[in-house]
Design a binder for this molecule. Structure first.
Ligand SMILES: [Zn+2]
Length: 128
């Protein structure tokens, strides 16, 4: 059984890449458990911005910890990368973030605004 969910988990992103993975993971787990309705969760599909693998590893790490003794325990996390649109507040250039960077592609400014709105979303879950 697959539930389709598209939920915004984070309205803000810190482009210095110091996202609070713990909070993100907690939110993903809460949502997944709510949708799973006490059934065992076997797979969690997450849409994530094209950032470093460390973030995914952190989310997996926290998931293991937070999901212990819950229907989320042992669930396989699957990450799908989605591009993130960024606007530069200095030169107003718009570009897609395709690598870990905190600078404008055009003018190297660090004053950036996220246009996509979020970078971690729960797409769907699979339960048993
Ligand atoms: Zn710029």
């Amino acid at each position: 059984m697959t539930f389709s969910i598209l939920d915004i988990t984070c309205n803000e992103i810190n482009l210095k890449l110091t996202m609070r993975e713990f909070k993100v993971t907690q939110h993903l787990l809460d949502l997944a458990r709510e949708k799973a309705n006490s059934k065992q969760i076997v797979r969690v599909n997450v849409l994530i911005g094209p950032f470093s693998e460390e973030r995914e590893q952190s989310i997996e790490f926290y998931w293991k910890d937070l999901a212990k003794d819950s229907p989320g325990e042992g669930a396989k996390l699957h990450f799908e990368h989605v591009p993130v649109a960024i606007k530069c507040l200095n030169c107003t250039g718009i570009f897609y973030l395709d690598e870990e960077t905190a600078m404008c592609k055009f003018c190297d400014s660090e004053r950036l605004q996220l246009l996509s709105g979020e970078d971690v979303r729960l797409e769907s879950i699979v339960v048993e």
